[in-house]
Design a protein around this ligand. Structure first.
Ligand SMILES: C[S@@+](CC[C@H](N)C(=O)[O-])C[C@H]1O[C@@H](n2cnc3c(N)ncnc32)[C@H](O)[C@@H]1O
Length: 177
């Protein structure tokens, strides 16, 4: 998922004002009740600043139903095909796995986002810390050493809790351009 800078529209600003000017909980509830009727529609403008990328047409079709994305782009991370410095941030979940998004995807993300932009992604701990995930780990660590990325955080979080599977959530900032 790729993010452009978000901007409020005038209509949303007016709605926010009606909420902020509410004098008591009853007025507040009424303002929100009114806003609720068009909430998704109004926020579509801001949500559609997101672009989604995936290899699979089927997955892109599922994403389309969510009506969150401005563009849905069919692309393969194993090929370099991005427009450099074109996004504020990139988010990816569950794509770094055997035979899927290769280590060079970290270069693609780096190219794609603007300097000081952020990349946020998950990688299963069991994979990343194993010999199988070594290439992903080494590639990412070498980019951090080269000061291309600054590692903001790497946290271990529940991923598939019922199966006792954890993932690292990485937050990186692009430093060098
Ligand atoms: C486990 S699914 C995760 C889907 C979604 N990101 C999520 O978090 O629910 C993995 C996704 O990675 C995509 N994928 C795998 N390899 C890819 C590649 N080389 N280029 C682009 N997408 C890829 C697959 O098509 C699939 O949609």
């Amino acid at each position: 998922m790729l993010h452009h800078t978000q901007k409020s529209t005038g209509v949303i600003a007016r709605r926010q004002a009606s909420v902020l000017l509410a004098k008591d909980p009853v007025e507040l509830e009424n303002a929100y009740n009114d806003w609720a009727k068009t909430y998704d529609l109004l926020h579509m403008d801001t949500k559609q600043q997101l672009d989604g990328v995936d290899l699979s047409k089927g997955m892109l079709e599922q994403s389309r139903k969510r009506r969150l994305y401005r563009n849905l782009i069919k692309a393969d991370f194993t090929r370099s095909n991005c427009i450099p410095n074109s996004y504020d941030a990139v988010h990816a979940s569950a794509v770094f796995a055997p035979g899927q998004a290769p280590p060079s995807t970290f270069d693609e993300f780096w190219l794609l986002i603007k300097t000081n932009g952020h990349a946020v992604f998950t990688i299963r701990c069991g994979y990343y810390d194993s010999d199988e995930g070594r290439q992903h780990k080494e590639h990412l660590e070498s980019m951090i050493k080269e000061n291309k990325w600054k590692l903001i955080s790497k946290t271990k979080q529940d991923y598939l809790p019922k199966d006792d599977v954890f993932a690292y959530v990485f937050v990186l900032k692009k430093i060098l351009s």
